[in-house]
Design a protein around this ligand. Structure first.
Ligand code: PMP
Ligand code: GLN
Length: 402
């Protein structure tokens, strides 16, 4: 990776990134700004509009009051690293040493950044699904790696095994998977995960798995790839407290991986943020130790919201793929006569007082065609807000093809 030197040099690095040759503003900030400027209901950026468990919030308040306000240790406070290791054992039967195999990061985003910067060299290939969470493309580019993708096609958005086999080669350094998946809500099944592990062995690649929606699945099990035979020793698992505990602004994430990888990742991470979120770390430790009823309840509440918004979108005339997990539902505007969701997302505040994100924002320019009429709506919002959005979307009328 070459990011040292003058601004000019760094900027030239960045110029390599986007389709238009630039690092463009993230779609989430753009759409939230649109919601603020128009007063529309923000179903764009994925953040809850209600607070999470009171015990977790109270633990943060207490930590601040108790003076937990200075730099925590570089790898995270021991109580949180222990809570993360306990969580991996409790939910998945995975054993990690809290001292050497767990690292606390500034959200899953810093975990992704430090993993990609630490473990790829100029020209290494990183395989992801496409659509992909926007940071993946930018971070792979910042590390000067090559981004190779496997399409997730509508309507079921599951990867085709032959596409996976074709994408992973001896040039692949990392297979970066995301299950449950943003933006499609796809959950990878055991067979697909087995194929990924097999390909990683065959081509001596690492598996990096982004599992930030691990607790928010609807009737399908989340299978961490690290639990599969032969996977643990070459897998770096990433998660975050933001989604599970409705604390996206706290940015407490983590990595669990064999110690040699953690050491390499720390070497980069120490120069990104060094550390973050001192009082939030003990609070997330409390969250990870909450009883099963909390985790089951969080998924059930979200599932009801998924159902409410999905039904409303269908009634409004969209074609909807019901997501298996996560915060988002993908809706096709083609039946309403809209073939360009990027244009529609700019008009939607005026047409229906709602903001959504075009799926093309998760797809590179030359791969956009099959995704052109698709929009992503967030349902991690209060029920009354979703009802209002559904009522407003119900007023959309069919247009004569545009
Ligand atoms: N990965 C995925 C798939 C996401 O949707 C998000 C956004 N929440 C992140 C990573 C970033 O997580 P964090 O806010 O913990 O950095
Ligand atoms: N993960 C959130 C989403 O997909 C947003 C995170 C961000 O704004 N960077 O909407």
């Amino acid at each position: 990776m070459v990011v040292s030197g003058s601004w000019g040099r760094a900027a030239r690095g960045a110029m390599l990134l986007g389709d238009n040759g630039q690092l463009s503003p993230t779609i989430f900030a753009e759409m939230s700004a649109l919601a603020v400027s128009t007063g529309a209901i923000n179903l764009g950026q994925g953040f809850p509009d209600e607070d999470g468990p009171p015990e977790v919030l109270e633990a943060a308040r207490k930590a601040i009051a108790d003076g937990v306000n200075q730099y925590p240790p570089g790898r995270g406070i021991p109580a949180l690293r222990t809570a993360i290791a306990d969580h991996q054992r409790r939910f998945y039967g995975l054993e990690f040493d809290p001292d050497t195999e767990v690292l606390v990061t500034a959200g899953a985003t810093e975990a992704l950044a430090s993993v990609l910067l630490a473990l790829t060299d100029n020209g290494d290939e990183v395989v992801t699904f496409e659509p992909f969470y926007d940071a993946y493309g930018a971070l792979i580019g910042l590390g000067r790696a090559r981004h190779v993708t496997v399409p997730l096609r509508a309507p079921n958005f599951q990867p085709d095994p032959d596409d996976l086999r074709a994408a992973v080669t001896d040039r692949t350094r990392i297979i970066l998977i995301n299950s449950p998946h943003n933006p499609t809500g796809t959950v990878l099944g055991r067979e697909t995960l087995e194929l990924i592990v097999e390909l990683a062995h065959q081509h001596d690649a690492l598996i990096v798995t982004d599992e930030v929606y691990e607790h928010l699945t609807f009737g399908v099990p989340h299978i961490p790839v690290a639990t599969l035979p032969g996977a643990r020793e070459r897998t770096i698992s990433i998660s975050s407290g933001g989604k599970t505990f409705s604390t996206t602004g706290w940015k407490i994430g983590w990595i669990t991986a064999p110690s040699s990888y953690v050491d390499a990742i720390v070497a980069v991470k120490q120069f990104l943020t060094y550390v973050n979120g001192a009082p939030f770390q003990p609070a997330i430790a409390v969250g990870l130790g909450l009883p099963d009823s909390f985790f089951i309840g969080a998924a059930a509440t979200l599932q009801a919201k998924r159902d409410l918004l999905s039904a409303g979108l269908m009634d409004a005339g969209f074609a909807v793929t019901l997501p298996q997990a996560g915060y988002f539902v993908v809706a096709d505007a083609a039946p309403l006569g809209y073939s360009d969701s990027a244009a529609l997302s700019r008009e939607l505040p005026a047409l229906a007082g709602v903001v959504a994100v075009p799926l093309t924002a998760f797809v590179r320019e030359d791969k956009r065609e099959p995704y052109r009429s698709l929009l992503r709506f967030a349902y991690c919002k209060r029920e009354d807000v979703l009802r209002q959005a559904v009522a407003q979307l119900g007023g959309l009328t069919r247009v004569a093809g545009r």
